[in-house]
Design a protein around this ligand. Sequence first.
Ligand code: ADP
Ligand code: MG
Length: 396
Amino acid sequence: MLILSQSDTLYITNIYLFIELLFVCFVHIFCDFLHIIYSIILFTVIYLIKEETAISKFRIYIVIIAILLLIISFFVYLKNSISSHTSHTEVLLGTVVNISVYGEDSKQAVDEAFDIIRDMESKMSINIKDSEVNRINDNAGLAAVKVSYDTFEVVKQSIEYSVISDGGFDITIAPVVELWGIGTENERVPLQNEIDTVLDKVDYRDIELNNPYIKLKYKDMKIDLGAIAKGYTADKIYERLKDMNIDNAVIDIGGNISLIGSKSDKQPYDIGIQDPFKKRGLHFGKILLEDKTIVTSGTYERFFEKNSVKYHHIISPYDGYPIDNSIESVTIVSVDSTAADGLSTALFSMGIETALEAIEGIEETECIIVDSNKNIYLSSGIADFRITNDEFRLAE
Ligand code: ADP
Ligand code: MG
C-alpha cells in the first residue's frame, strides 16, 4: 500500500496549484481584466484553505513564479487591449465606410486605410470638382487627360465588364444616371425625349485608352465609376494592410465587404446578405467566409417610388430605364473586390440565366441571385450559405 508522507502531499498540492495557475494565466491573457482578478482570488482561496502551513522553500518558489506570471499576464493583457483592435466609421465615397483592424499596429492600419479612401475619392468621385474623372468628363470630345495608375486601371477593368455583359455594364451611363437623379433631391421620371437625347452619348466603345491618357470621344459624354470604385478601393486597402502584416480586418465600404483572414477567435465571419425587400440591416441569408470579399448590388440600394412603381439606380444602357428583369439583388463572393463590385452590377444587367451561365466561367467567383418572387439562385461553388428568412427559398 502506498502511504503519502506530509511532504509528498505538500508537493502534490503545490504541483496542482502550479499547473492550475499556469492554465488560468495563459487562458486569461486572452480574456478580460475581470477574469484575471478572478484567477487571483481563486488562487488565493485555494491556497489559503489548504491545511499545510509549513513554509517550505519549494512553496516560496512556487508563489514567486505564480506572482511573476500574474504580473506578466496582466501586462500582456494591457498591451493587447491597447493595440489589439481599432475601428473607425466615416462617410466617404458617398457612403458609410467602416474599417476594423485587429492586432498590433491596428491604429496605423486604419489611418492608412482612410488615407487610401480619400485618395481614391479625390481621383474618382464625380462629386469632387477637380477629380480625374471630372477632368475626363470636362474634356469629353476635346482632349485626352493624363490620369493616375488607379483611375486608368478602374476604367480599363470597367470596359472588361462591359464586354462580359454585352454592354449592360457601362460607365458612360453617367448622363442618364444624372437625368434620373436617383438618391438626390432632383429624382424624377424623365421624359422619353430627354432619355433619348442622353442615351445617344452612352457607349463604352467610345472611351479611348492610351496609357496613361483617357479620352471620351464625343462632347457631352460622361463616365461614372460608382459601380466599381468601391471594390477597387477595398482591394487597395486589402493589399496595403497585408503588406503591414495585418491578419484580421474587415473593410466595409457601404456594404462592399472585404475580409482579411478570419475572426480573431479563428472562426469564419458569418456575413448576412441584405434582404432586397427590406430596409438596410435585415438579411435573408448568411454565409460563412474568411479572406474573401462579398458585394451586393440591388434594387433596394437607392430608389424612389412614383405611382406605385419603384425606380432603382441601376440603369439599362439599352433603354435608359432602371433595369427590369425580375432580379432584385446579385451578390458576388470572390477573392477580388474590384471584380465583385463590377460583376455584381454587370450580372444584374444580364438577367438570371445569362448571369448564372457567365459566372461559371469566372474563376474563384460565385454568385447568389434573388428574384422578385424571393427565389434564390446559387452558382455551383457557393458553400456554407444558409437561408435565415423562410419567406425565401432556393430556386428549383
Ligand atoms: P452601389 O454603388 O449602390 O453599391 P452598384 O455597384 O450596383 O451599387 O452601382 C450602382 C451605381 O453605378 C449607380 O448608382 C450609378 O452611379 C452607376 N450605374 C448605374 N447603372 C449602371 C450601369 N448599367 N453600368 C455601370 N454603372 C451603372
Ligand atoms: Mg457594383
